[in-house]
Design a protein around this ligand. Structure first.
Ligand SMILES: Nc1ncnc2c1ncn2[C@@H]1O[C@H](COP(=O)(O)OP(=O)(O)OP(=O)(O)O)[C@@H](O)[C@H]1O
Ligand SMILES: [Mg+2]
Length: 262
């Protein structure tokens, strides 16, 4: 059986509370590829991530999303996870009363499907080995999910989930924010170790420094709900030194707020 991944977003439009945020996003991600998405605040990057995962707040009004030809937009959130979509959220939620290890085990079992559950021994062995790789204190297995975790601890925990779930398409939304210098390196190593031909990555970030560790194949710039420019790693380097104004000038993009000035 081929493990090839072909994730295709075509002309995706989405609204939040009646306001159009995504205005036609087109992007193709294949297995083995890392795509970085950068862009100013409030341009729709997290909205894209949420819409792809099927968050009910975001209404898709046009376009298509397919994973290996299967219609993702038709799927419920849990079906998307089972199909292999994974999102590390910009702001991971806390769930009181559910331990991290219980959460991880049910997430793995949901992904594997009924009748194919992971044995407890195997689960614990995998969890402990991945936690070690991420240099996480073993006590985090028994704490309630994200409750009282520091910002950086939450981010590391998201990567632990990713490593255990073996997804086909990984979306990481600002996974580098809040990480200290050592944690950034450890998390990046975890992500690099997960790179493979049967997995594609969409990495949303503001800073070149993450991309120093995780070399992207493609870098895309998102503005006003669209991908307005794509290139290689050199594009991220240019953004780091020059910001976004040159792209706006090149493309004749006018800030929405500018029009409101007297
Ligand atoms: N649930 C929501 N209710 C109202 N507005 C929303 C909601 N979600 C997103 N928006 C609006 O959509 C726009 C895009 O938000 P989004 O979070 O996608 O931006 P972003 O590109 O991820 O920004 P950042 O770089 O700051 O994380 C913003 O103006 C935001 O206020
Ligand atoms: Mg965001």
């Amino acid at each position: 059986m081929s493990n090839a991944v072909n994730f295709n977003i075509d002309g995706l439009k989405a609204t939040v509370e009646g306001k159009e945020i995504l205005k036609g996003v087109t992007l193709n991600i294949k297995g083995g590829e890392v795509h970085a998405v950068m862009g100013p605040n409030g341009t729709g990057k997290s909205t894209l991530a949420s819409a792809l995962m099927g968050h009910p707040k975001y209404e898709v009004t046009a376009g298509s999303v397919t994973l290996n030809g299967e219609d993702v937009l038709e799927m419920e959130v849990d079906e998307r996870a089972r199909a292999g979509l994974f999102l590390a959220m910009q702001y991971p939620s806390e769930i009181s009363g559910v331990t991290n290890s219980d959460f991880l085990r049910s997430a793995i079992n949901a992904r594997r499907g009924e009748g194919n559950e992971i044995s407890l021994i195997k689960f614990i062995r995998q969890m402990e080995s991945k936690m070690k790789e991420l240099e996480m204190n073993p006590e985090f297995a028994h704490r309630y999910l994200n409750e009282g975790f520091s910002g950086g601890e939450k981010k590391r925990n998201e990567i632990l989930q990713m490593m255990l779930l073996d997804p086909r398409l990984v979306i990481l939304d600002e996974v580098d924010s809040g990480l200290d210098i050592d944690a950034l390196r450890i998390v990046a190593q975890g992500i690099n170790a997960s790179r493979s031909e049967d997995r594609g990555f969409l990495i949303i970030t503001h800073y070149q420094r993450l991309l120093d560790y995780i070399k992207p194949d493609f870098v895309h710039v998102m503005m006003q709900g669209r991908i307005v420019k794509s290139g290689g790693p050199e594009l991220a380097e240019r953004l780091e030194s020059d910001g976004y104004d040159w792209i706006k000038e090149e493309l004749g993009i006018v800030d929405e707020t500018v029009g409101q000035e007297a």
